[in-house]
Ligand binder design. Structure first.
Ligand code: DX5
Ligand code: ZN
Length: 214
């Protein structure tokens, strides 16, 4: 299992220490949650922070844009050193064009689905993307409870990938802990994002290694 801790739950007063802790604990990717206060009812951080994170680690940056008009920022995200740029299906009028421009910028392209968006909406884009990011909470906040219906969506995404011949990975984001992580792994997830369960733990390294071994 690939584990991508979300720094949304980190202490931003000592981000360097948090990143070092994630690295020494075996984190595979660093998940950066960007919120604009329009697409989601919260504001988190933007390019200066992502760019600073990129300088603090050699781990791939998995950037999750919870913003409207994400296509306007492809170049800025690339300049921050992102490996993966995730845009929301619900935020893109011309999703295919956005995916093309992410690829042209040299990044991998992820498409994110909110909990109420059916997996079937990916049918005509699945062959062109590198990752499907399934939201297992309504985006906007860390520390929410996992929506159980996501398990069914992981299975549906797995089937869609198989029938289309796509090489897309499946990432699940929101409310991931030991028990929900195990259910996602069983259903076919490739990558787990976890914020609260790692950062609120007395032993964050133990949480990371538990998820990695699923
Ligand atoms: C939700 C974000 C998630 C979230 C994960 O809007 O996209 O990445 O912060 O945090 P936990 O693991 O706390 O649900
Ligand atoms: Zn996220």
């Amino acid at each position: 299992m690939i584990v991508a801790p979300s720094i949304l739950s980190a202490d931003f007063g000592c981000l360097g220490e948090s990143i070092a802790m994630l690295e020494s604990g075996g984190a595979d990717w660093i998940h950066c949650d960007v919120m604009d206060g329009v697409f989601v009812p919260n504001i988190s951080f933007g390019f200066p922070v992502i760019s600073a994170v990129g300088k603090l680690t050699r781990k791939p940056l998995d950037v999750h844009l919870m913003i409207v008009n994400p296509e306007q920022y492809v170049g800025r995200v690339r300049d921050c050193g992102a490996m993966m740029m995730n845009v929301h299906y619900e935020a893109c009028t011309h999703l295919h064009r956005t995916v093309q421009s992410i690829h042209a910028a040299g990044m991998k392209a992820g498409v994110t689905l909110n909990p109420a968006t059916p997996v079937a909406m990916l049918q005509d884009i699945i062959a062109d993307i590198d990752m499907v990011l399934l939201m297992s909470v309504n985006p906007g906040f860390g520390g929410q409870s996992f929506i159980q219906h996501t398990i069914k969506k992981i299975e549906q995404t797995r089937a869609l990938i198989a029938e289309s011949g796509s090489k897309a990975l499946i990432e699940v984001d929101g409310g991931i802990n030991r028990s929900t992580g195990a259910l996602c792994a069983q259903a076919g997830a490739d990558i787990l994002v976890a914020g609260n369960s790692i950062f609120s733990s007395a032993d964050p390294h133990a949480e990371i290694s538990f998820l990695k071994n699923l």
